[in-house]
Design a protein around this ligand. Structure first.
Ligand code: GLN
Ligand code: ZN
Length: 774
């Protein structure tokens, strides 16, 4: 009769990103299938051993994946699209990776979305997993889809761990979430209508797991954190009515996470399952709500440790909340867990040696989070005195963080407090601004420009790496970057672009570059988190009040502008994007941190203007991905996100033109917010949609200027002038030509000069032809 500890999932990439290395050497043909399987098994064994040693009672299995657990689920139920020519039987690695990556290769842009390049079999579509930066492969289903079980992955994993002496709790993606995440090429077809066909496969799977010796299984249904219809809730009840009876010897723990159950709670709490997981970090109120609804025998898995962030927990405060639950429900009805899978946190803080030791003591990565859970369980099972020292250390760390001067900058706090609505407002309305800007800039109609970056060639990356390692002296690196910049500026001028950019050669990453120049950010060396497949990111850790001690981009801008008479754009990353791609502090609201960043960006905008910049672009690539999971929360988010952009943009005179850039193509939901940002010019990604997404701007009567991308930069192919002219004409049918700019879809950093040169020359030619036809 004890409180137990569970992990809902553990980082897969392993120490030193070993999975990435194994996958990439396999794809390069230097590691055979057997070698890859051996390394994968070693990584699983390591993870299980680690978790067991850390005191986890319910160690997960089947949470590992060679690429993605949603793809694994599709394979498990035999949902292989016809294109891949599957004829039944087990799916081999070439087929598996064809679905994951296509056979033509795939490229990634900043915000992590992947784009197919070249010809061959396409990959499944990749999308963000709820509101995380993890991407899954969307299953592709057809009406009448047949399913058949291949239970080998979950069964083999369970037996593998068992052979290692570890009795695991298999993790399975639930049938309703699986179908809700699926896509279909058949218009208006709802994959959820396949539930009846899918349930027997899941029932069989539970029977197989029971036969293999599993007593608990964790079924993830994170769709319960979304807005569901009554019909969908009914389908959940139907599904678990079937599954609960499928294998009487197996107990089901149903897990949702990333948000509140909200209006789905009554459904979830009354399912005939043995356990229910609650994300008490995102939804602390779910605890009281569930106590009122759940029968006494329901085991509650309390997600008390933040699986989405990197902060050490306040263990005493958690105990204060959990002790009464244990007292009333009994210890064997309480499991302690992270709020969600630890897939979303870095592996181990212990190997992170380069961090400021003061900041480091505030942090907990996956391993440390499991240590925290084990301390909590000891306190609940043997009294707080049994872990007195650990609890004291936790409280001391929390107190130290709260009081640290590293976090608190009174000047920053005073400044955000003093903000007034006028600070988020340009003094002059758009119609008047644009007239003044046109006078100042004297640009032709349909002006041409680019989004900012030019190819980050091997030479650029090598120079940066050598400089970082101390092998290339500052002065030499600087000279190298200047030469690259000068070459890019001269070339843009030569091909006749109207508004030039400096090329961003000095930037490693559009968030990191700024984070390194702002206060309040820490950077790690090893804190990798899987984004998808073999791709990992190392988000900065935003731990304190943000300010900008000195100009960040002005010198590069001024140098580039000194080389030309054409207008040179100042290039900045916006506050929402910086926030969205970092681990953010949890002691103040995200909106407050965002305002601080907004003021720092504003300082840079004002300095660029003072240095002479007539056009300043503030990229907000991540504005849309910040949308909350529930529609009811959208307005609140959009209000502060838009305000942050406006704070950043509103410190300049009406003659200074503010651009923004968003590289995605779904604007219907947020078009009013885009309008409210009040940018003078927005550039967006439209080449692949053949300008269809301009419909949203047309319907909204978007008043400002737009650069709809005419060059799909995600493929190596260089489009011809006729093709781009056609796109411009399509844009002109939807918006007034006087509103339009001509530019590529996004920055060109992933492209090669050989591709960029003809494409941009053609783009200029297309703009000239379109002007002639005006
Ligand atoms: N200015 C950035 C670039 O061109 C914008 C990138 C982005 O928004 N993803 O690379
Ligand atoms: Zn972009």
């Amino acid at each position: 009769m004890t409180v137990t500890v569970a992990a809902l999932g553990f980082p897969r990439i392993g120490p030193q990103r070993r999975l990435k290395t194994a996958l990439e050497t396999h794809w390069a043909g230097r590691l055979d299938a057997e070698g890859l399987r051996t390394e994968a098994a070693a990584l699983r064994a390591l993870a299980w051993r680690r978790q067991a040693d850390l005191g986890v009672d319910h160690v997960p299995s089947n949470d590992f994946s060679l690429y993605d657990h949603v793809l694994d689920t599709a394979v498990m139920v035999g949902a292989i699209p016809e294109t891949y020519g599957w004829t039944g039987g087990s799916v081999d690695l070439p087929l598996y990776f064809a679905m994951a990556r296509g056979t033509q290769g795939r490229e990634t842009c900043d915000h992590g979305c992947a784009h197919d390049v070249g010809t061959g079999l396409p990959a499944l579509e990749m999308t963000k997993w709820f509101d995380t930066n993890y991407h899954y492969l969307a299953p592709e289903l057809v009406p009448g889809q047949a399913f058949q079980l291949d239970a080998s992955r979950p069964i083999d994993a369970f037996l593998e761990a068992k052979a290692q002496g570890i009795h695991t709790r298999p993790v399975i993606l639930g049938p309703v979430t699986f179908l809700k995440l699926a896509k279909s090429k058949v218009k208006d077809f709802q994959p959820l209508s396949l539930l009846s066909a899918l349930l027997p496969v899941y029932a069989q799977l539970l029977q197989r797991l029971a036969a293999a010796g599993a007593d608990w299984v964790q079924i993830d249904e994170p769709c319960l954190a979304l807005d569901l219809t009554d019909f969908e809730r009914g389908e959940i009840r139907r599904a678990y009515g079937v599954l609960a009876h499928a294998a009487p010897r197996i107990s089901i723990l149903l897990a949702s996470y990333f948000g509140t159950y909200g209006d789905n709670l009554a459904t979830a709490a009354n399912l005939p399952v043995e356990g229910l997981h609650l994300d008490l970090v995102r939804a602390p109120g779910d605890l009281d709500a569930v106590k009122a609804l759940a029968r006494d025998s329901l085991v509650l898995s309390l997600g008390v440790i933040d699986g989405r962030n990197v902060w050490r927990a306040d263990l005493e405060a958690i105990l204060d909340r959990v002790e009464p639950v244990v007292a009333t429900r009994g210890p064997d009805r309480v499991i302690l867990a992270p709020s969600c899978s630890l897939l979303h946190t870095p592996l181990d803080l212990a190997i992170e040696t380069s961090l400021d030791p003061e900041v480091s003591q505030w942090l907990a990565f996956a391993v440390q989070k499991l240590e925290e859970l084990s301390i909590l369980a000891k306190a609940l099972n043997h009294g707080r005195a049994s872990v007195r020292e650990q609890l004291a250390a936790s409280s001391a760390a929390v107190a130290a963080r709260r009081a640290s001067p590293l976090i608190h900058d009174p000047a920053v706090q005073a400044r955000t407090k003093a903000l007034t609505p006028a600070d988020a407002e340009r003094a002059t309305p758009f119609a008047e601004r644009i007239a003044l800007q046109q006078q100042r800039l004297a640009l032709p109609p349909l002006p041409t420009t680019t989004i900012g970056s030019f190819p980050q060639t091997a030479a650029v990356r090598q120079a940066r790496a050598a400089h970082a390692k101390g092998q290339l002296p500052d002065a030499d690196y600087e000279a190298f970057l200047r030469a690259e910049t000068a070459r890019a500026v001269a070339w843009q001028q030569e091909i006749g672009l109207d508004v030039l950019v400096h090329g961003e050669f000095e930037r490693n990453d559009m968030v990191q570059y700024f984070g390194e120049r702002l206060t309040g950010f820490a950077f790690t060396r090893h804190a990798w988190v899987q984004s998808y497949g073999s791709r990992c990111v190392r988000p900065p850790i935003l731990y304190g009040d943000v300010s900008r001690p000195a100009p960040m981009t002005v010198e590069w801008w001024a140098y580039a502008q000194s080389l030309t008479d054409k207008p040179m754009k100042g290039m900045l990353t916006g506050p929402v994007t910086i926030l969205q791609w970092s681990f953010v502090r949890d002691d103040i609201p995200r909106s407050e941190t965002c305002r601080q960043i907004a003021l720092a960006v504003r300082d840079e905008v004002v300095d660029l203007e003072a240095a002479g910049a007539a056009i300043i672009q503030i990229d907000e690539a991540a504005l849309r991905e910040g949308l909350p999971l529930r529609r009811g929360d959208w307005d609140g988010y959009l209000a502060w996100a838009v305000e942050a952009f406006r704070i950043a943009a509103s410190g300049v005179a009406p003659q200074t033109q503010v651009h923004t850039h968003m590289c995605y193509s779904e604007f219907n939901d947020i078009i009013a917010a885009i309008g409210a940002m009040d940018a003078d010019v927005i550039s967006i990604e439209t080449a692949r949609s053949k300008m269809e997404l301009l419909d949203a701007f047309e319907a909204y009567a978007y008043p400002a200027q737009i650069g709809p991308g005419v060059y799909d930069i995600h493929a190596p192919r260089s489009p011809g002038a006729a093709e781009m002219l056609d796109l411009l004409e399509r844009a002109g049918q939807r918006l007034s030509p006087s509103q339009l700019w001509v530019n590529p879809d996004c920055g060109l950093k992933t492209r090669r000069w050989e591709e960029v040169e003809p494409a941009l020359a053609n783009m200029v030619a297309a703009a000239k032809a379109a002007r002639a036809a005006l």
